[in-house]
Write a protein that binds this ligand. Structure first.
Ligand SMILES: [Zn+2]
Ligand SMILES: [Zn+2]
Length: 183
């Protein structure tokens, strides 16, 4: 196999997980997983869940941003942001459905228990969620900047408490009234 990053053929077949074969580029440490191998492996785990202990360890991934060509069918690989706290892209072939993972990306996905959900990352639903999360994070930073960290923290606590409170309207009127003790 020709590595999509190094364009070398120094790749070997390894077992990423029990019964999951992948090609490993010995030069850049990236992995190629064919759709067939991934689907077959997933099928085996329908009964036995993939659940691993959640890990907060942040791995240093390579995330090579350049355009890559599919080693199986020569099409251009499409980049999809992973999200869920992982700030990198995985490459997916629209032709054969294979997946390219740069160095440490598989391990980072494993740490978040997402290694059994790679196929979902390429769906519209997943990508919409990623965009929503990005927008929320952006607004979160903007609010913190505008209100100041401390006031923002207080406002968030208050907001959480009042949302769903049966007397929300009355409480908000009380809070915003300059003198609620005067009729
Ligand atoms: Zn390589
Ligand atoms: Zn392909």
């Amino acid at each position: 196999m020709l590595c999509p990053v190094c364009k070398t053929k120094r790749c070997s077949t390894i077992e990423l997980e029990e019964n999951l074969k992948a090609a490993l580029c010995e030069k850049c440490g990236g992995h190629w997983i064919s759709r067939r191998n991934y689907s077959a492996w997933l099928k085996q785990h329908r009964e036995t869940p993939l659940e691993r202990p959640y890990s907060e360890i942040e791995l240093d991934v390579d995330d090579v941003r350049e355009v890559k060509i599919c080693p199986e069918c020569n099409r251009i690989l499409m980049k999809y942001r992973v999200g869920q706290g992982l700030d990198f892209f995985v490459d997916h072939c629209p032709g054969c459905g294979g997946v390219w993972l740069d160095r440490n990306e598989w391990q980072a996905l494993q740490n978040k228990n997402l290694h059994g959900e790679i196929h979902k990352i390429f769906s519209t639903t997943w990508q919409n969620q990623v965009r929503e999360d990005q927008m929320a994070a952006k607004l979160d930073r903007a609010y913190a900047e505008r209100f100041g960290e401390e006031s923002y923290k207080k406002a968030k606590e208050f907001r959480q408490w009042i949302q769903g409170h049966p007397l929300k309207g009355a409480l908000l009127a009380f809070v915003s009234d300059e003198n609620p003790y005067k009729i």
